[in-house]
Ligand binder design. Sequence first.
Ligand code: SF4
Ligand code: SF4
Length: 74
Amino acid sequence: MDRGKMVVNSDECKGCGLCISQCPVGCIEFDNETINKQGYHPAKYKGSGCTACGICFNVCPEPGAITVYKLVKA
Ligand code: SF4
Ligand code: SF4
């Protein structure tokens, strides 16, 4: 089971790509099929691999764009 999960609030994303380039496991990508309210392709979680390291959250210049969840085994 993955240790974490990240979620992008698409309309807050400015499409800068920092989270994508800094994620150590490469589990974020641009959603090229979506254009948000600000006219950018937002980042999105690929759906697996997140370790909840928090780097994407820390590098993102938009305060409300990324949330990282730590997942615990049930
Ligand atoms: S928390 Fe870490 S592993 Fe998870 S998406 Fe963000 S940078 Fe990648
Ligand atoms: S770092 Fe933030 S603003 Fe930049 S692409 Fe990622 S979610 Fe969007």
